[in-house]
Design a protein around this ligand. Sequence first.
Ligand SMILES: Cc1cc2nc3c(=O)[nH]c(=O)nc-3n(C[C@H](O)[C@H](O)[C@H](O)COP(=O)(O)OP(=O)(O)OC[C@H]3O[C@@H](n4cnc5c(N)ncnc54)[C@H](O)[C@@H]3O)c2cc1C
Length: 331
Amino acid sequence: MSGILVVFETRAGRISRISWEALAAAQRLAAAQNLTVTAAIVGADTESLAAEIASKGVPVVVVRVDHPLLAQYTPDAFTLALQQLIQSEAPAYVVFPHTYQVRDYAPALAARLGQVLISDVVDIAPQTGNTGPVFTRQLMQGRLNGNYRATGSGPCLISVQAGAFRAESSQPAATAAEIKSFTPTIEAAQIRTKPSEPFRGSAQSVDLGSAQLIVSVGRGIKEAENLPIVQELATALGAELAASRPICDNGWLSMDHQVGSSGQTVSPKLYLAVGISGAIQHLVGMKGSQCIVAINKDPDAPIFEIADYGIVGDLFEVVPALTAAIKAAKQ
Ligand SMILES: Cc1cc2nc3c(=O)[nH]c(=O)nc-3n(C[C@H](O)[C@H](O)[C@H](O)COP(=O)(O)OP(=O)(O)OC[C@H]3O[C@@H](n4cnc5c(N)ncnc54)[C@H](O)[C@@H]3O)c2cc1C
């Protein structure tokens, strides 16, 4: 048994950003264990997606797991296809992005293989001595970290949390990746569900998970009528608008704007937190951001503990000044 298999995921026909983060995690594991990495892309016609992975110059072999019955996601078909691929490739580790889709089928896949799934991993510590690597996952809304080590034989399945591994940390390879095909055996009768259109919360639903710039607003804004101040800053920056839970609970913004343990997990290049205190339930959703800027009038607000840059001040003064400065700089 050798190597690491990374299972890529697509959304609306495109490779999702968290798949690249899963690849970065696999590469970290590979470097520590001296293992090779294979990327699997599952679907009905994966030629261009496989070529996209191969063209990134990362040191992987790309496997196209192609079958007409994989055109649309179903847990039965994906479980069958990946079970066969894993049994054929016999990897030491299988790395998934921790998405809703993976949460849907990966536990069944692990059970079929007689393995455990270490889910929502936020860190990987390399092997020490004869013991394998340690996988860290968060417990109790991020208050505690739990360390896990695979002790059984057979492939170890892990899924990685969005934002925990930087996609940019993938190590580029000098040579182009090899692409090969794997055709699983799937019968239509084995698929027990009929897929419908993927769920979207509302017509104007925001995809914060793939946003590069986010301006997020909290209870410091005081009233719904004041939201345009922050919206204007987001527009000037070309950023998505997000919020802490009270803003969404109050109905000032729709629920798909909420960041945190009961909202979305985000990992943008810039997360600008305006009038947000930094409760643990909010932090677990945004701490993977590359650069965190906080504006808060309380110098002891917990958000400053994880902020890269902090502005202690009244948001009603700071935000309009910042918006004006950004607009001026763009002229
Ligand atoms: C099970 C559970 C799940 C939860 N899930 C989530 C979740 O997914 N997401 C989430 O966000 N929360 C979640 N919460 C709620 C969380 O515990 C906090 O209550 C919430 O994050 C606080 O939001 P806030 O920072 O906007 O408000 P507050 O904590 O009230 O903070 C407001 C901040 O604004 C600052 N401020 C006030 N006026 C100004 C001003 N004029 N200028 C500058 N700063 C100012 C204050 O100093 C303060 O720090 C959850 C709670 C539970 C129990």
